[in-house]
Write a protein that binds this ligand. Structure first.
Ligand code: NZQ
Ligand code: ZN
Length: 388
């Protein structure tokens, strides 16, 4: 293993009834002026907005609102949030929504304390100097943003989508009630599953040795996502499938299963370039790119892929070579994406080869990407071309 320091300060409230029982108490720890951030209206349609507002107002909290956070949240929306927080002397930001709402809120929280444009932090031209306290109520199992410090923001003017964060942006608390995910539409449930799986794959493919427990933990999460996504797609109100997926989303990216290793993350870097130009759903882009990346890097360490086949997808290794098992692993991944209805090719989003050069150049603008195999511009170009 690599040496590591681990700390995750987020207080998690999981399950039914937690919002009613503990939201007011958590909010009041930070003050009485709260900016509630949410997306395009799903929380108004499913009743969560009313529930949260009643609790806050009942506790004597003054609320301000920032609505309309876009999927792939934009810098312009972050700026609006920063302005509200400064003008209204907000004490706490409460993000109610999916990863986009949470990420936008993290950027606002850092932006309020930053002397300059918060984009500089994402563009690696500045470092966070603090953040307003942030709490979350998660409504979509996918990103893990509820228990990590990261966030991804799109600068639509420069066509850049960049991740950033700081130790200040761990949510102080997150409420994860699986019932709030019953209304997540089928396509978003699929994208969420693809994103969680992608986080597992990013951790799984690395060069660090002696990571036996991490390997089994990751395989366990993969198996659990595979099984429960199908159950949630069959019955969207299946509480146990939804709670298990929610827990998978948190575990896949809260740092617990990947201590002591450096994951790959090239596919995320490539997907962000595609989203930056075409504004596609993150999970959909990952489902398209991952199998092509797997083909491209397989020869680095076929036995890693063979383990994926046998341990995560339950393939019987008898009579099969490591190379055969590696091919089966990739076939299993493709098969699974197809089965749940994930997109297969960039063409599914009407993406052609017109911006391949730009996307490849941008993906490596800070240097080579990937750990399992270092990728330069030509490698990224080849992988995206194969995915067309
Ligand atoms: O905007 P509303 O109306 O709320 O609708 C949203 C949105 O249209 C809808 N939705 C969410 N919860 C719902 C619901 N609809 C009905 N019922 C509910 N309960 O779903 C749509 C997508 O929401 P979004 O928040 O965009 O999805 P997701 O959670 O997948 O977040 C994606 C964003 O997170 C970033 C992605 O790049 C992307 O920008 N990521 C963040 C990470 C992190 N912070 O750690 C890591 C990830 O790798 C990822 O990059
Ligand atoms: Zn992701």
């Amino acid at each position: 293993m690599d040496a590591f320091r681990f700390q995750n300060p987020t207080a998690l409230y999981y399950g039914k009834g937690q919002i009613e029982a503990h939201l007011a108490e958590e909010v009041l720890k930070y003050g009485k002026r709260v900016l509630v951030v949410y997306g395009g209206g799903s929380i108004k349609r499913n009743g969560l907005y009313d529930k949260v507002m009643n609790i806050l107002h009942g506790a004597g909290v003054t609320t301000f609102e920032l609505s309309g956070v876009e999927p792939n949240p934009r810098l312009t929306t972050v700026h609006k949030g920063v302005d509200i927080c400064r003008t209204e002397h907000v004490d706490l930001i409460l993000a109610v929504g999916g990863g986009s709402v949470l990420d936008c809120s993290k950027a606002i929280a850092m932006g309020v304390k930053y002397d300059g444009d918060v984009w500089e932090i994402y563009a690696r031209k500045g470092q966070a100097t603090g953040a307003l306290p942030l709490g979350t109520i998660l409504t979509l199992a996918a990103t893990g943003s509820e228990m990590n410090a990261g966030g991804v923001i799109t600068n639509w003017e420069t066509k850049e989508k960049l991740g950033g964060g700081s130790p200040y942006t761990f949510p102080k608390f997150s409420f994860c009630d699986p019932e709030n995910t019953y209304t997540v539409p089928r396509d978003q449930t699929v994208y969420g599953a693809c994103d969680m799986l992608a986080h597992c794959f990013e951790h799984y493919f690395h060069k660090t040795e002696h990571t036996e427990l991490q390997q089994h933990l990751i395989e366990g999460v993969i198996k659990t996502i595979v099984h429960n996504t199908k159950a949630a797609l069959d019955s969207p109100n299946d509480y146990h499938a939804r709670e298990t997926l929610m827990y998978c989303s948190t575990m896949a990216l809260n740092g617990m299963i990947n201590m002591g290793l450096r994951g790959d993350w090239a596919c995320h870097a490539m997907e962000h370039e595609v989203s930056a130009i075409y504004d596609i759903p993150h999970g959909g882009g990952l489902a398209i790119i991952f199998p092509h990346w797997m083909e491209y890097v397989k020869s680095e360490n076929p036995s890693r892929f063979a383990s994926l086949a046998t341990e995560a997808f339950g393939v019987n290794p008898e009579g099969k070579s490591t190379d055969e098992l590696a091919d089966i692993a990739i076939a299993k991944v493709r098969e699974y994406y197809k089965e749940i209805g994930a997109p297969q090719r960039l063409a599914d989003y009407d993406i052609g080869d017109e911006n391949l050069e730009t996307m490849a150049a941008q993906a490596v603008r800070f240097g080579e990407i990937g750990q399992f195999k270092k990728l330069g511009k030509d490698d990224v170009y080849n992988i995206l071309k194969a995915a067309l």
